[in-house]
Design a protein around this ligand. Sequence first.
Ligand SMILES: [Zn+2]
Length: 319
Amino acid sequence: MPNPNTFANNPLDRASEKRTDPDWLAAQIKAPSTLIVPFWDLKPMILPPAEKGGAREVGWLRPGALEGLASRKAVTVFLGQEHGEKGDTSFFAVDLDLGRDPEREGPLAGFGKFHDLRAAAMSLPATEAAIMAQAKSMIDWHKRHGFCAVCGAGTEIEEGGYKRQCPSCGAEHFPRTDPVVISLVVSGDKCLMGRGPQWPKGMFSALAGFLEPGETVEEAVAREIMEETAVKVGRVDYQFSQPWPFPSSLMMGCIAELADGASMETKVDGIEIAEARWFAKGDIRAALAGGEVTDENGPFMVSPPLAIAHQLLKVWVGA
Ligand SMILES: [Zn+2]
């Protein structure tokens, strides 16, 4: 089964073996065929639909179009290559760092808009959303990791953006990905979901939490479910994952079974989870179609298709 998640299925060849060749990278960033996505305030430039109701696209620029928009020290990340019949195309992301709002002044004014990726992802082609997830997480990491975690000195970008090197103590720093487990708990034709205290009333999603050091995916699922709902899970089946570039998570989607003989009674902590409920398969099927559904405990909604929780529910109901 292909991965159904938004931000998955990045089509680029990351060509990691090329990252250690600064001359090759310098030539690629100037090559006429190269495409560069500008980011501003952690938002990619996105073009309006060519026709009303049409799909939006990323505002890829050719080298040269960035003149005056980014400094020589601007964070620049090599995203990878596409291999076509007419040759290879290299893709980069650049953080516009000259302080001016490029939507209002300069050569990009009136050309495209810088959109929050979470809001824009579903209106982009799936492949472009995936590339933007890579670009956003990388630029975000650079912006927050300018100094060495060992000695505090300013660090320098290397390897096409995939390493920061400390010139003072020699430490190497690499982009991080933070694993998060997210799991439905199921028992027969019922599944357990929770609602965060800040969420809209009636909105329920799969239970989630960060993996801790020294923990397996299965252990993290069992611990999170126990902490948040006091429900004991047995077998945990991994389904698929989703890059979640806000800023750098990897959501690891699972379906967990209620432990043999365990109680379905829930007790929420009131901090991470305000409410936990069991839902029937038929009601979930109706809720996946969108909008509010009412069961014996009241109205509820499920996460939108952007969320891995939505995709886990689809697996469970067989949709
Ligand atoms: Zn250092």
